[in-house]
Unconditional design. Structure first.
Length: 185
């Protein structure tokens, strides 16, 4: 099923939470960009160079930003230190082994760059299940494949071990979602 209007509305809320953390003229990699690299389109006025990476994108499809079809759990075919920001919006909850993907995000970042993450609180999963059954959200938004959430202190420690040094965390959407910006040391 293609994205629904509700899917796109929810995605825009995530985009709006991440947008202020993108520097003007930035090089941005969107890991888990989805079918249409929507965040790159949304933040295009700030992005000088952007690339979307997902296992479902069609790199041949004409769009403003190039895309790479790749499995995020494997080493990515992108050079070290190429980006000012790596964004992972509503991706973390889909990763059974997030450490490898977070290491790749760190590798892709230039010194002083940042990783921008959003992820839903676990209490969102039953809500998504009902909305999916009612066909108000697409298969892309379903929660059957969501992994147990990593407690915030454990996620920060994992990121520290990888090499991230500064952290900003807040909740948005009435506390139903998290935003974290982690700076590369």
């Amino acid at each position: 099923m293609a994205y629904t209007g509700f899917d796109r509305w929810i995605a825009r809320l995530r985009f709006r939470a991440a947008y202020p953390h993108i520097r003007q003229g930035a090089r941005v990699c969107d890991l888990g960009c989805g079918l249409d690299a929507g965040f790159l389109q949304f933040a295009g006025d700030k992005i000088a160079e952007g690339v979307g990476v997902d296992n479902q994108v069609d790199p041949a499809k004409h769009r403003q930003w190039p895309s790479v079809r790749a499995d995020l759990s494997l080493p990515l075919p992108l050079p070290d230190g190429q980006f000012d920001h790596v964004v992972m919006l509503a991706v973390l909850e889909h990763l059974p082994q997030p450490r490898q993907v977070l290491r790749e995000a760190h590798r892709l970042l230039a010194p002083g760059g940042s990783l921008i993450l959003t992820w839903p609180a676990a209490l969102v999963d039953p809500i998504l299940k009902v909305l999916h059954a009612a066909r108000l959200v697409s298969d892309e938004m379903e929660s059957d494949q969501h992994q147990p959430r990593i407690p915030l202190p454990a996620l920060k420690e994992m990121l520290r071990q990888i090499g991230f040094r500064s952290f900003l965390h807040r909740r948005f959407e009435l506390g139903l979602n998290h935003l974290m910006v982690a700076g590369r040391g």
